[in-house]
Write a protein that binds this ligand. Structure first.
Ligand SMILES: *[C@@H]1O[C@H](CO)[C@@H](O)[C@H](O)[C@H]1NC(C)=O
Ligand SMILES: *[C@@H]1O[C@H](CO)[C@@H](O)[C@H](O)[C@H]1NC(C)=O
Ligand SMILES: *[C@@H]1O[C@H](CO)[C@@H](O)[C@H](O)[C@H]1NC(C)=O
Ligand SMILES: *[C@@H]1O[C@H](CO)[C@@H](O)[C@H](O)[C@H]1NC(C)=O
Ligand SMILES: *[C@@H]1O[C@H](CO)[C@@H](O)[C@H](O)[C@H]1NC(C)=O
Ligand SMILES: *[C@@H]1O[C@H](CO)[C@@H](O)[C@H](O)[C@H]1NC(C)=O
Length: 343
């Protein structure tokens, strides 16, 4: 230490100690948020992963916790994120989502996923999180009806409730999200029709991704969806019926479209596909007609499947269709590669 004193001028040393001693307290966790987190820890039955959630340690350094920078509301908890990648049923969080989550008033991200022992309904207190933009609660054991009160979270941009046990219809009120651009409700137990009001989701922002696959949705795909600007539309593995031709329009900018494993029944012959498509999955439906030559304009298309339909006629040879081997087309009713091989 004596040697150091000779080398480092005293004012610089003072500056060093200034940062060392003064900056940590400005980073320290808000006392109210810390108390709330400790309540949440107890409600989740003191999970093994939360051993760092110790009162003697700055809670901004706790596992899964992120705080705001000192310059804006120093030490307020802005993100709580814990994806249980363990896979063991005995690991992760236990119990219902605590009401106290609604007391973390500066929370922008709440992401708790892959916790098989997190069950119950979504707490109404989530509506108090006025800064929340990302709510990921996928692959837990949450149940109940999808609550329309979620639309009262004013800045919600991304909502992922996939792989849970939510039941019943998609609330028509879900059209009232003001800034949502990602909605994932896949692999739940949702039934009834897709509410036509859902189309208005894409009126507020440029393009929206909607994931409703692996549910028990039925009825026709509402005509209102045509007018919307989707980036992704995943409706596979449901009981959807009727004509989906209107979903396709040359002027749309949709990239991913999966309508596979439904009961859609329409003639594909006159369809003009949006040229922005990267993925087009139509397998396992009741689609008739022949594949239009315009499909060879979809230069970005890399995932494609029309097998298990009622298609006929010659597959139009071209730069796009030539990318795909028979496993992307067959079996079908009377589809063929060339005049010679046609039935
Ligand atoms: C869901 O979580 C379980 C347990 O953590 C994991 O084993 C499983 O792969 C997850 N499923 C999905 C679809 O992520
Ligand atoms: C939503 O959850 C599913 C299931 O775990 C996951 O595959 C998907 O990547 C999630 N989406 C986002 C944007 O995190
Ligand atoms: C959407 O919100 C508006 C105004 O807040 C309300 O009048 C309307 O009934 C709501 N629509 C639905 C489907 O809940
Ligand atoms: C679709 O409907 C049929 C007949 O109503 C029913 O047996 C089947 O379980 C349904 N499938 C899905 C995925 O909802
Ligand atoms: C696509 O847009 C162009 C110009 O914006 C318009 O003239 C044309 O009619 C549109 N085509 C379709 C099929 O809507
Ligand atoms: C196309 O879909 C069928 C039916 O689901 C499936 O058996 C086949 O493997 C798929 N082809 C490709 C290339 O994924």
């Amino acid at each position: 230490m004596a040697a150091l004193n000779h080398l480092v001028p005293i004012p610089l040393l003072g500056l060093f100690f200034f940062f060392f001693l003064v900056s940590p307290p400005t980073l320290a966790c808000d006392a109210g948020d810390r108390a709330t987190l400790l309540k949440i820890k107890a409600r989740f039955l003191n999970p093994g992963k939360f051993t760092s959630w110790d009162e003697s340690v700055d809670c901004c350094t706790w596992y899964g916790v992120t705080c705001s920078y000192p310059q804006d509301n120093g030490g307020r908890v802005t993100s709580l994120k814990y994806y249980n990648m363990d896979g063991a049923a005995s690991s992760g969080l236990f119990g219902r989502l605590p009401d106290e989550l609604g007391d973390l008033s500066f929370l922008g991200v709440l992401a708790l996923g892959n916790h098989p022992n997190v069950y119950g309904v979504l707490p109404l207190t989530l509506t108090r999180l006025t800064s929340l933009s990302i709510l990921y609660l996928f692959n837990n054991s949450l149940y109940g009806a999808l609550p329309s009160f979620l639309t009262q979270i004013p800045s919600l941009a991304m909502l992922n409730l996939s792989f849970n046990k939510f039941r019943g219809p998609i609330p028509p009120e879900f059209s009232n999200f003001s800034s949502l651009h990602y909605l994932n409700l896949e692999a739940n137990d949702l039934e009834g029709v897709i509410p036509s009001t859902i189309a208005s989701l894409s009126k507020s922002v440029l393009s929206v991704s909607l994931f409703l696959s692996h549910n028990r949705l039925s009825g026709d795909i509402p005509a209102e969806l045509w007018a919307s600007n989707w980036r992704s539309l995943y409706l596979s593995h449901n009981n959807l019926t009727g004509d989906a031709t209107a979903l396709f329009s040359v002027n749309k900018t949709i990239s991913y479209m999966d309508l596979s494993y439904n009961k859609l029944e329409f003639d594909i012959t006159r369809i003009h596909f949006p040229i922005t498509l990267l993925k087009l999955s139509l397998q396992n439906n009741k689609i008739t007609g022949s594949i239009p030559a315009q499909i060879n304009q979809l230069s970005e298309l890399f995932i494609f499947n029309v097998s298990y339909n009622q298609l006929c006629g010659i597959i139009p040879a071209g730069p796009v269709m030539d990318r795909f081997d028979d496993t992307h087309f067959f079996p079908n009713k009377c589809l063929c590669r060339s005049k010679e091989t046609c039935p």
